[in-house]
Ligand binder design. Structure first.
Ligand code: 3HC
Length: 290
């Protein structure tokens, strides 16, 4: 018998990642509801969609009918109940804070139909840290997108010890239908593949910067020219959010006690000043409003 297909996706979090994951899914033909407790984030996300689709049409990258269909496929709502109530798949893309994610999954488990798969887009946290608050751990896994999610092709799908194969099959299938290339991690590991590799690069770059060996621009230039990366580690932190670098380092340090994870003084200073990168208009670089 043919397995029921995923049609309706709920994205929890309309921030940096959430709004682009939601739009990628809407462009791929899924019915999407994107929700956030932050009204301003929701409005910004809706505005992004309203600007992005006609821009793609003007660029010749999208037909008007495709843009209209994507717009019709996506709904922004402040109600988690409305967003999650009929979802086949939830992609949680809220802040990188374990306590918040556990609280959300507890609520989602109550609000969603029994068949719903609950995936987290967490950048580092494995789903076994979350799945135990639900009554359906076999339907919980990681589905990790990359920033900017409309452009980057990779999705890391991570199978926890509690996750069923049927669940990872569903998430792999949705990733492909979204035009992404999923890679399956058969075992959990903190930070998965890409962010572990990236963390090594970022940490070394911050160390060299804080030692006064070179400035952030020189380090970025060196990495782009020598390694062929599209952007250096500082520009990348501005893209993914210095707040994220701060939260991840702080949580990991508190959890492990390993000082290697403690955010560097530069990151702490930028976090306190709200210089979080593109999203606040300033990070290591400045981003004048368009
Ligand atoms: N949102 C949506 N689309 C964007 C975008 C954004 N923020 N920035 C660029 N694009 C699109 C453009 O519209 C353009 O599309 P088109 O070619 O179809 O017209 C295309 O990307 C190229 O854009 P540009 O020519 O303006 O700029 P670049 O060629 O410099 O590309 C980039 C921009 C795609 C961001 C590129 O610099 C890049 O790939 N950077 C590295 C990104 C990266 O490493 N991401 C992973 C970060 S780690 C992560 O996400 C982990 C997570 O846990 C936080």
């Amino acid at each position: 018998m043919e397995k029921p297909k995923t049609h309706r996706i709920c994205v929890v979090g309309a921030g940096n990642m959430g709004h682009q994951i939601a739009l990628s899914a809407a462009l791929a033909g899924f019915k999407v509801k994107c929700t956030d407790v932050n009204q301003e984030a929701l409005q910004k996300a809706e505005q992004f969609v309203a600007n992005y689709l006609p821009e793609r049409v003007a660029k010749g990258k999208l037909q008007t009918s495709e843009a209209d269909a994507a717009r019709a496929n996506i709904l922004f709502t402040g109600s988690l109940e409305e967003a999650a109530g009929d979802a086949d798949l939830v992609i949680e893309a809220a802040l990188e804070k374990l306590g918040l994610k556990r609280q959300l999954f507890r609520q989602l488990d109550k609000l969603c139909p029994l068949h719903t798969v609950l995936a987290t887009n967490s950048s580092y946290i494995v789903s076994s840290k979350i799945a135990d608050v639900t009554s359906r751990p076999e339907k919980v896994c990681n589905m990790h997108f990359f920033n900017p999610a409309l452009v980057m092709k990779l999705v890391e799908v991570v199978k926890g010890p509690h996750t069923s194969e049927e669940t990872t099959d569903i998430v792999m299938d949705v990733s492909v239908r979204m035009g992404k290339t999923p890679v399956l991690l058969k075992k959990e590991i903190y930070g998965f593949l890409v962010n572990r590799i990236l963390a090594a690069l970022k940490n070394e770059a911050i160390f060299l910067h804080d030692m006064g060996i070179a400035g952030h621009e020189e380090i970025d230039q060196a990495v782009t020219l020598a390694l062929g990366h599209p952007m250096g580690p500082f520009r990348l932190m501005d893209l993914t959010g210095i707040d994220l670098t701060y939260y991840v380092g702080t949580e990991r340090y508190q959890e492990t006690g390993d000082p290697a994870y403690r955010p560097s003084p530069t990151i702490v200073e930028k976090y306190i000043r709200k210089e979080w990168g593109r999203k606040t208009g300033k990070g290591f670089y400045e981003y004048p409003e368009k």
